[in-house]
Ligand binder design. Structure first.
Ligand SMILES: [Zn+2]
Length: 119
């Protein structure tokens, strides 16, 4: 028996999985930005979260990121990465459920009878 127990790094990517599960999608962010009140609440009324940098009090809505301080957040807002992100969000219209269904090949419920003459 050889049994040097090689432990697989189980659960090592737990944080990554959590990140993926809680990450907000661009269309969600876009919806928040379109609704000024929601964006304001996200910016200013972040719940205290001990798992996040600075208890989650410095948040960039566009990038869905938390920062250590107001200064880092300010600095972040001036970065190319952030500005590109903002531009992307504004340029790309949010996905709709209809689009998602169309992409999955199950759209066109709204066009009425199939084969009806098109204009
Ligand atoms: Zn940002």
């Amino acid at each position: 028996m050889g049994g040097v127990s090689k432990r697989k790094s189980k659960g090592n990517n737990r944080a990554a999985r959590h990140e993926r599960a809680t990450r907000r999608w661009p269309d969600q962010i876009r919806a928040d930005l379109d609704d000024g009140e929601r964006a304001r609440v996200l910016r200013e009324e972040q719940p205290v979260d001990f798992d996040k940098p600075a208890l989650g009090q410095f948040y960039c809505v566009e990038c869905d990121r938390h920062f250590e301080s107001g200064a880092t957040l300010d600095r972040h807002s001036a970065t190319k990465k952030h500005r590109r992100r903002v531009k992307e969000l504004l340029d790309s219209p949010p996905y709709t459920q209809k689009e998602a269904e169309a992409a999955a090949g199950m759209g066109a419920v709204d066009t009425g009878i199939r084969g009806a003459d098109m204009e």
